[in-house]
Ligand binder design. Structure first.
Ligand code: SAM
Length: 272
């Protein structure tokens, strides 16, 4: 069928290419690739040859209209060098424009380093926030970390070996002593997940930058400290100035997570 096919490819182990991905690539009129040498290796692995055209950050604007035009009558596949296209890789504008032009858009899901890292880390997976790569400059990186410090979710980010220790130190500084996992070389020979607090991991890698590809996974923040008696009293007094007693008690109990019955008794005392 003509249209755009978003095809996930392996992140290290060629055996992870799905049969459906292979079938779609074999049937594509053209494959939009980041680096044709990388994709040629994958195509050799499955014993096919297909025409390729480069599609990356530097030429996407110019190449996109031609690809969109071809999708009306041909199957156009999009791959990245590794993993799922569009995840810290080019492609979303191609999907947007293909749909706007009324073309069929099909996804062929598969490996993604962020999701694979979550499965290795042993940290909560019910809510996670994918951060991609943090900014390389210290100030922008600290600001990006501060922005997500209060988010109650596991954080997932990509990093390179040479920058890992500096990034871990910045994360320890901005997020505190959270548990984390440095996952490396997933699906490859030296796959590993090293766990510890952010500070411990920063120290571990300070003088020994690891080789290979890395995903850092960080546990969500712990429970907030319970409100102090003073804070509770102040909040209750303030709420009583603007709300009827039952409503004031209810608001403060909910906001500070304190016991409603005790709060009600204190409100009665305050009202005399
Ligand atoms: N689109 C890809 C995906 O689905 O994961 C990610 C592309 S991004 C440009 C490349 C980054 O992904 C690497 O720098 C590394 O942080 C991470 N990555 C890719 N393959 C990996 C692997 N086998 N093990 C650990 N991290 C990997």
């Amino acid at each position: 069928m003509p249209g755009l096919y978003i095809v996930a490819t392996p992140i290290g182990n060629l055996g992870d290419l799905s049969p459906r991905a292979a079938q779609v690539l074999a049937g594509a009129a053209i494959i939009a690739v980041e680096d044709s040498r990388v994709t040629a290796k994958l195509l050799r692995h499955i014993g096919i040859k297909r025409p390729m055209t480069p599609y990356h950050d530097h030429n996407a604007e110019g190449v996109r209209p031609g690809l969109i035009a071809r999708m009306g009558t041909e199957a156009v596949a999009l791959v990245s060098d590794a993993g799922t296209p569009l995840i810290s890789d080019p492609g979303y504008k191609l999907v947007r424009d293909a749909r706007a032009a009324g073309h069929n858009v099909v996804t062929v899901p598969g490996p993604c380093a962020a999701v694979a890292a979550l499965t290795l880390a042993g940290l909560p997976t019910d809510r996670f926030l994918y951060l991609g790569f943090l900014p390389p400059k210290a100030q922008a990186r600290a600001a990006a970390i501060a922005e997500v410090a209060a988010v109650r979710a596991t954080l997932v980010l990509y990093e390179s070996g040479p920058r890992l220790a500096v990034t871990l130190a910045a994360l320890a500084e901005g997020l505190g002593a959270r548990e984390a996992a440095v996952t490396r070389e997933i699906t490859k020979r030296f796959e590993e997940a090293v766990t510890g607090t952010l500070g411990e991991l920063a120290t571990r890698y300070a003088d020994a930058p690891p080789k290979g590809e890395i995903v850092v996974v960080i546990a969500p923040p712990g429970e907030a400290a319970p409100a102090s008696a003073d804070d509770t009293e102040t909040a209750l007094e303030e709420a009583l100035t603007r709300l009827p007693m039952a409503k004031a008690v209810s608001e403060v109990a909910k906001k500070l997570g304190v016991d409603r019955k005790a709060l009600y008794a204190r409100a009665l005392e305050l009202k005399g």
